[in-house]
Ligand binder design. Structure first.
Ligand code: ACO
Length: 430
């Protein structure tokens, strides 16, 4: 019996197998040797939704869901949100270390150099219907960047990868701002590279006839903090899509578009938009108890609550609550805040939510801040996708250079028919 492994007794054959531990797991491929005979394919694991399967080694983000801990490259999210800018954090995610002053200067220069969109991308955006959902426009336009930069498919060339990383981080705010202005029928505003990342984004969103738009520094910083909080979250649904699509050696533009598509779903990043719809539906504080009873009776979920990994308060939700106070000092309080606070208070005391360890997640309060800043709910997930692009790219590059990674290709348990014969049309009946 090996103390560094598992002994597995297969009762079908009365055979014992030794399976070594690998960093607190076992390798699924080590189970393939467990067979009933030479024609047996070997034992697989069944894990729909990856509830208990590690798909990679990663040194980027660490989460302890029971303790409510989130760290990027070892740094607690609370410290990063307090002491860093989003672009510093993006550098950290992609390079592994916080930048020195001169490294940061170069990094910012390289990213701001790539904020412009090719005019044909702008024309592409103009083709969308006036009421197209901004997230659908965002996803399609990010994918369309691959038509402008065909060299991006050279994913094994480190310099090419770096160039696409600059382009993507530089261009996603521009695309996001254009999707916003398109819906309002406003002319697009070109990037202003004298401004910081978030100031430039706010400029592209809200500048009208003025010569120079001056973003409110409190709002620009609050957005920067929100961007830091959303930058990465280890192997979540969209990061897994980024890695999975990227594993076929598809270029980073289409891989990022696929990841953004995964993010758009209401169970993932689309939840922030749904939270606002839910708060609208609830309408006032006194309707909260009845709404919670409805959720418990199975009439839908409490959006912005619960998480696959966090079984404690999401640390990002805590920081967002603090940022909200600063934003509301500038914008005035969002009337929905009282309903949200009441929902949280009642849910955190209710046995249904306590037993299932359901706490507010990052999406619960982010929408309330975004709305106070002037965004419509349709934009919320796009605001999530901008910073998460840095995380997706870090996950993608880590996957590309990992010699153990191959094209992602799960197995299945086939439950369909055995072989059968095609019946000609005239014999198939009515
Ligand atoms: N409201 C009410 N009940 C819930 C909620 C919720 N928000 N979330 C989970 N539950 C219940 C489930 O019904 C289930 O109950 P049961 O054991 O009686 O069947 C139990 O809690 C466990 O939930 P699962 O769905 O198995 O948990 P899972 O890990 O698969 O789902 C998820 C996690 C998708 C986030 C889920 O909690 C959810 O749908 N939340 C609402 C949507 C949301 O806020 N998504 C954003 C997540 S954060 C992010 O992506 C940025």
């Amino acid at each position: 019996m090996d103390k560094d492994g598992l002994s597995i007794l297969d009762n079908r054959t009365n055979t014992t197998y030794e399976v070594p531990f690998h960093k607190g797991t076992i390798r699924a491929m080590d189970l393939r040797k467990i067979k009933t005979g030479p024609d047996d394919f070997g034992l697989m694991t069944y894990d729909p939704a990856f509830m208990n399967t590690a798909s990679c080694h990663s040194a980027i983000t660490y989460i302890d869901g029971d303790k409510g801990i989130l760290r990027y490259r070892g740094y607690p999210i609370e410290q990063l949100a307090e002491k860093c800018t989003f672009l510093e954090v993006a550098y950290l995610l992609l390079q592994g270390e916080l930048p020195t002053a001169s490294q940061l200067k170069d990094w910012i220069n390289n990213i701001t150099y790539h904020t412009m969109l090719h005019e044909s991308t702008k024309h592409f955006l103009e083709g969308f219907r006036y009421d197209a959902h901004p997230m659908a426009m965002f996803i399609s336009t990010v994918a369309a960047l691959a038509t402008i930069y065909p060299e991006s498919r050279h994913v094994h060339d480190p310099e090419m990868r770096r160039l696409q990383i600059y382009r993507l981080i530089g261009k996603v705010p521009t695309i996001a701002a254009y999707t916003y202005r398109h819906g309002l029928g406003y002319p697009y505003v070109y990037p202003d590279n004298d401004l910081s990342y978030t100031e430039n984004f706010l400029n592209m969103l809200w500048r009208m006839a003025e010569v120079k738009y001056k973003a409110n520094p409190v709002l620009a910083r609050a957005l920067d903090i929100l961007f830091i909080l959303h930058a990465d979250h280890e192997q979540n649904c969209s990061a897994n899509v980024m890695r999975s699509v990227g594993s076929s050696q598809a270029d980073p533009f289409v891989s990022t578009a696929a990841a953004a598509a995964a993010l758009s779903g209401p169970l993932h990043g689309g939840a922030n938009e749904e939270v606002l719809r839910m708060l609208d539906e609830i309408g006032s504080k006194d309707h909260v108890p009845a709404y919670i009873e409805g959720v418990k009776a199975g009439k839908g979920k409490l959006m912005g609550f619960g998480h696959r990994v966090y079984k404690n308060y999401d640390p990002r939700a805590r920081i967002i609550k603090q940022a909200a106070e600063q934003v509301f000092e500038v914008t005035g309080k969002n009337a929905k805040l009282d309903i949200a606070l009441e929902l949280e208070r009642i849910a955190l005391e209710d046995e249904y939510f306590v037993k299932r360890k359901l706490y507010p997640n990052v999406d619960f309060y982010s929408g309330i801040i975004y709305q106070a800043m002037g965004f419509r709910p349709e934009m919320f997930t796009v605001l999530f996708a901008i910073p998460r692009t840095a995380g997706w790219l870090a996950q993608w590059e880590e996957m590309v250079i990992d010699p153990e990674q191959k094209i992602a290709r799960p197995r299945q348990i086939y439950t369909g028919y055995e072989e059968r014969t095609v019946v000609p049309m005239d014999k198939r009946g009515a």
